[in-house]
Design a protein around this ligand. Structure first.
Ligand SMILES: [Zn+2]
Length: 362
């Protein structure tokens, strides 16, 4: 037997763990029609305990939350919590309500899932992600987006321990959400180009595995964009699989880099300048067209895919003035300035104006 020296053992116990260096992945991923009924089996499989706080929105509680409560009622203590918005006061209230509970279930759209994710991280208890729409890749990732006074902040959290995505429920959500989820996946293309650019310019480390998975996910989606139709269960399943795959790429990278570049910074800037207009994925999709043009890639192909899915390709389509989109382009580089992207390479007001006008060209 080889004995380790005391010095070697010391090396194994670093005083501070940097969890961002860990690959944290969901353990049970269940995607399909009517899989909501499998939640008790998932809880049992993961031995999560006997009590949970179920975080949901008002309408998503009616849509799915109440059913989950009913099916878990026999063997679990489930306490409902309505999170109408994502904000620090709501997160604090949810944390108080979850005190002493074994785990969390987040049932709803992006805001609900992100709230559950942050509460789970802060209390260090696991959470199950039950998305009711496939609108962005946060359903499976370790990142959470929270509005702050300065705009949106992207926080380190932890990925869900399980994802139960009932594609029947997801297919019944407005098509706008699904199209937005597709656009969030398509943005992987430029997110990767920005990451590779940062690697070449700044020496930022990259993960080829994360890049390969993220790129493949976007490619499969674009190749099949013609089959993505409103309110079809197979379409919902297809997009949900892609969102999970994108989330896994982020877990492998230990950051959102494989799925978030300049187009995401543009999206965050738009959230600040025109709050409540575009869905996350919608503005990312528009940003992807611009970023792809700057990278010298097939921006027209990206635009055609977004169009065929039913995602917007101009600011006007989401009710945003071109002048505001120009400001957002110029503001993009000031958001998370440490994340180098193509928008850091000398955009002027004139070039930003031309880029927005280009979106409308045939
Ligand atoms: Zn995104």
């Amino acid at each position: 037997m080889i004995r380790m020296s005391a010095d070697a053992i010391k090396l194994l116990k670093p005083k501070v763990f940097d969890k961002s260096k860990w690959m944290q992945l969901p353990r049970d991923v269940v995607i399909g029609l009517d899989v909501i009924g499998q939640i008790p089996s998932v809880c049992e499989d993961l031995k999560l305990g006997k009590s949970a706080l179920l975080i949901s929105g008002k309408s998503t509680m009616r849509l799915a939350g109440d059913t989950i409560r009913e099916i878990l009622d026999e063997n679990y203590t489930i306490k409902p919590f309505i999170a109408e918005e994502i904000s620090m006061p709501v997160i604090k209230k949810a944390q108080k309500a979850a005190a002493g509970m074994d785990f969390l279930i987040g049932v709803g759209g992006g805001r609900v899932i992100d709230t559950a994710k942050i509460v789970s991280y802060n209390l260090d208890i696991p959470f199950i992600s039950v998305p009711t729409a496939a609108s962005h890749d946060g359903i499976a990732s370790s990142r959470a987006s929270v509005p702050t006074v300065e705009g949106h902040a992207s926080l380190d959290a932890q990925p869900p321990i399980a994802i139960v995505a009932d594609t029947g429920i997801i297919a019944s959500a407005p098509h706008r959400f699904l199209a937005s989820g597709c656009a969030d996946i398509i943005s992987n293309y430029t997110a990767i180009l920005d990451w590779e650019l940062a690697h070449r310019v700044k020496g930022e480390p990259i993960s080829e595995y994360a890049i390969a998975l993220s790129k493949m996910t976007a490619e499969i989606l674009v190749k099949n964009s013609h089959i993505i139709k409103p309110h079809q269960e197979p379409s919902a399943r297809f997009v949900t699989n892609a969102l999970v795959s994108s989330g896994v790429a982020m877990s492998i990278a230990g950051s959102s880099r494989p799925a978030s570049g300049g187009e995401h910074k543009f999206s965050h800037a738009l959230d600040k300048l025109a709050p409540g207009k575009a869905l996350h994925g919608e503005s990312c999709g528009i940003g992807t067209i611009i970023s792809m043009y700057l990278h010298g890639g097939d921006w027209k192909g990206i635009r055609a895919s977004l169009k065929s899915i039913g995602a917007p390709v101009t600011p006007a389509e989401v009710g945003i003035d071109d002048a505001i989109a120009v400001e957002a382009l110029l503001m993009a580089k000031t958001i998370r300035p440490e994340r180098f992207t193509i928008f850091d390479t000398g955009l002027t007001r004139e070039s930003a104006e031309n880029l927005i006008q280009m979106l409308y060209r045939e």
